[in-house]
Design a protein around this ligand. Structure first.
Ligand SMILES: Cc1cc2nc3c(=O)[nH]c(=O)nc-3n(C[C@H](O)[C@H](O)[C@H](O)COP(=O)(O)O)c2cc1C
Length: 417
């Protein structure tokens, strides 16, 4: 076994050197500004998320975007056709600027703060809303943008005229060589390569870039090898950041020795004080055993998602809240949850409350922290802390978890004092 630790390596962007630990984006505000700022202070990279920014802004900065949108579309609530329910672009811009500005103003240290931008949040006008989100984040001084979930192949072209297009770091998350090749082919015209490629394997949290039936047949090391070989053959010098299931510093070192430039990690930080999940939910993450975690198809995005089986959002049968939220409405104002909900209502016309098992109202339940998404290794979180006298688990500081990744050796996990 290697005697090295993560701190023996560095992530290089030009002449800038960083601790090669990236805390991945976790929507909706699970990867808070506070969490991202710890990573930056420690010399690594943290992410905030741009998922449901107007909704998050209301909670953090006392804006009224959700109330105003609901007021505007109140008469549409009972209508199953949501095509009229649009976001005001100015409000998305304002919310994004607010969150990014406040975060960047608070940033200290040598590290960086990026924003995770999930392109599957199509918001009933995919191109227009994505362009505003990306532009506002750059305007507000974000260090970098990670394009995730549902890679919109024209996203670089949308911002190529922005003055910060070449100075901000821009990376993409892929789970296959094919996805990377597609992105590169479509974006070559902008003359700008991604600054990094996050290669995310099947053990990650959140949505997975694999099929519901076959995700378990893939493994991160094989995908990384394919991508590294291709990049080399094409003479493309793009740092690879590996993600998904990296639970200890030694797991990270294995990838860094193998040629990765950094690792992206998330699940271990879900039980940190700075993480946005409510404290009782963090206890659910600690308590979860391996058999309590599943990959299912209830996300209306069509991507499989990993979560704790006890998530209250599973089967909830919530009335669709697109007039308040509506982040997953596609270009035609449709969402797979609305169809599933209407089907159940039609099948049980007398019922006061219905259950919908095959899809969930992801906007509502991510906003309320009722879908407990996690990486495969979440069942090991209980081994990273101590129990309190009352039987609950002790929360960790993000600094503690970061340092453990940075300095631990021999597969060990440092328990808190
Ligand atoms: C609670 C949670 C929420 C996540 N949300 C997102 C997200 O909004 N966008 C995204 O690209 N990845 C998301 N992810 C994936 C992480 O950013 C990261 O790449 C992955 O989970 C790393 O694997 P690990 O959790 O095993 O360390 C999420 C992960 C978790 C645990």
């Amino acid at each position: 076994m290697t005697t090295k630790c993560v701190d023996d390596f560095r992530l290089r962007f030009g002449n800038r050197e960083l601790v090669p630990i990236v805390i991945g984006g976790m929507g909706v505000d699970i990867s808070t500004a506070e969490l991202a700022l710890v990573a930056a202070r420690m010399g690594g990279v943290g992410h905030i998320s741009d998922a449901m920014m107007p909704t998050v802004s209301d909670r953090l900065y006392q804006t009224n975007f959700v109330k105003d949108k609901l007021k505007q579309y109140k008469l549409n609530v009972k209508n199953s056709d949501k095509s009229e329910v649009k976001f005001r672009l100015g409000e998305i811009e304002e919310a994004t600027r607010l969150h990014v500005n406040r975060t960047m103003e608070a940033k200290r240290g040598e590290g960086m703060v990026f924003i995770n931008c999930m392109e599957k949040l199509t918001m009933n006008a995919p191109k227009e809303t994505l362009k505003v989100r990306l532009t506002a984040a750059l305007d507000a001084g974000i260090d970098g943008i990670t394009l995730a979930a549902g890679l919109h192949l024209g996203s670089l072209a949308m911002i190529e005229d922005h003055p910060r297009f070449r100075d901000a770091k821009i990376g993409i998350i892929v789970s296959s060589l094919r996805a990377l090749q597609l992105f590169m082919r479509k974006n070559i015209r902008t003359g700008r390569l991604p600054d990094y490629v996050v290669v995310e394997g099947p053990l990650a949290g959140g949505h997975l870039g694999f099929g519901l039936e076959d995700w378990m047949k893939y493994d991160l090391t094989t995908i990384v090898a394919e991508i590294a070989t291709w990049l080399k053959a094409e003479h493309l010098d793009i740092p690879i950041i590996t993600a998904g299931g990296i639970f200890t510093g030694s797991d990270a070192v294995n990838f860094l020795e193998y040629g990765a430039s950094a690792v992206q990690v998330a699940t271990r930080f879900t039980v940190s004080k700075e993480c946005g999940l409510p404290d009782p939910v963090k206890q659910e993450y600690f308590k979860a055993n391996e058999e309590d975690i599943e990959v299912n198809g209830i996300s209306p995005t069509g991507y499989p998602m990993r979560m704790i089986k006890g998530s209250p959002g599973i089967g909830a049968g919530t009335h669709p809240n697109c007039e308040s939220f509506g982040y997953l409405l596609d270009a035609n104002g449709r969402c797979a949850y609305i169809d599933a909900y209407n089907r159940e209502v039609a099948a049980h016309p007398e019922a006061k409350k219905i259950k919908v098992w095959d899809k969930t109202c992801l906007c509502t339940h991510m906003r309320n922290f009722d879908i407990w998404t996690c990486g495969h290794n979440a069942y090991r979180l209980k081994d990273t802390t101590r129990k309190n006298p009352d039987g609950s688990y002790q929360l960790l500081t993000a600094e503690h978890v970061f340092r453990d990744y940075q300095f631990s050796k021999e597969g060990k996990v440092l328990l808190p004092a």
